[in-house]
Design a protein around this ligand. Structure first.
Ligand SMILES: [Zn+2]
Length: 337
């Protein structure tokens, strides 16, 4: 039974061959892999840091974790570049690029020819995200696992977002709220779309930016909120603040308008109330069609759909079984299709 080699615990840990934990923790695990820095993928990381022998991630991910306050001891840190194979205990481990936020990786584990792969969060399969072909087990994120979850093309969403932003900026400054990684991604893209207003970052967003900058993601006119330069910029009233999503409830920004960026909204733009708060869906996740494309191309013997991180895992597993004829299960709550 292939499902003996890969499963998902109730606490969200993705388990491969018992001793290897991805994006969550279990006491049996000797190896912990972190696919990226989003909080649903750094579950119980403190425990893993204390108990595991190896903490694995891409250079960017491990550096950002450090900046966010996770102290991984040097002798446990296993920095792994995309595409490189390393042997840890009895496993051969490889990380592959996933188009999501800087540093995100898919995981491929090979033990004596038995191959288990985990996609982590991704979008653009086959173009930017490499498709892992024919693993024995493929564990997939199915955030948009419902067949109704078909999104507008990324460029269409972006042109609407940029249009809204330009309109709001004519009235004054705008605060953007996003998770770490996504915020930096959005800043890069806004420059590509011709938005050249200075970015003023909160201290934590600044720390994450300084790390990705070291890896070649350089952005012009980025300042730390509270610094002398930022205070100068503020006087002009023409700037964009970059804050963490949790900051929206604090309302400690004096910006004229507020835009919350989320990867979990199907509609592109929603106005929250009569005030000046907007939600924009800049997704970091594959939509339904992209998910089906990945699985169809990958053709695993068994598909495990992550039901811990998606409410639509069951719909996706059923669809794959019916339309592609691939054996599919949802875990941790296994309602076999
Ligand atoms: Zn994520």
């Amino acid at each position: 039974m292939l499902s003996e080699f890969a499963w998902i615990d109730r606490n969200g840990a993705i388990r491969v061959f018992k001793k290897l934990c991805i994006d969550g923790h279990a006491n049996e695990c000797i190896i912990r892999i972190v696919t990226h820095i989003h909080s649903d993928h750094t579950l119980h990381l403190d425990k893993s840091i204390a108990y595991c022998k190896h903490i694995v991630g891409t250079p960017i991910t491990l550096d950002i974790l450090e900046a966010l306050g996770y102290g991984v001891p040097k002798n446990k840190k296993r920095t792994l570049e995309y595409g490189k194979v390393t042997t840890l205990e009895e496993y051969e481990v490889r990380l592959e690029y996933a188009d999501h936020i800087p540093g995100t990786a898919q995981v491929v584990v090979d033990r004596e020819g038995l191959v288990i792969a985990y996609t982590s969060d991704f979008k653009n399969p086959g173009t930017k995200t490499k498709i892992i072909e024919q693993p024995h087990v493929l564990i997939i994120d199915a955030t948009y696992g419902n067949p109704k979850h078909v999104r507008e093309a990324e460029d269409v969403v972006w042109s609407k977002f940029v249009e809204l932003l330009r309109k709001l900026m004519m009235q004054g400054s705008v605060a953007l709220y996003a998770y770490y990684g996504k915020a930096q991604d959005v800043m890069i893209k806004l420059r590509e779309w011709g938005i050249d207003a200075p970015f003023l970052l909160t201290a934590s967003q600044w720390r994450v930016y300084k790390i990705i900058e070291r890896y070649g993601y350089r952005i012009e006119d980025v300042f730390l909120l509270g610094s002398r330069e930022a205070e100068e910029v503020k006087k002009s009233g023409w700037y964009l603040e970059i804050r963490h999503t949790s900051g929206i409830s604090l309302r400690n920004s004096d910006a004229n308008s507020h835009i919350i960026l989320t990867g979990r909204l199907l509609k592109s733009i929603v106005k929250v109330d009569s005030g000046n708060v907007w939600i924009v869906g800049i997704s970091g996740h594959a939509d339904f069609n992209d998910l089906v494309y990945y699985v169809d191309f990958s053709r695993p013997d068994l598909l495990v759909v992550d039901g811990y991180r998606s409410e639509h895992a069951q719909a996706f597993a059923s669809y794959i079984k019916e339309h592609l004829g691939i054996q599919s299960v949802v875990l941790p709550v296994d309602i076999t299709t």
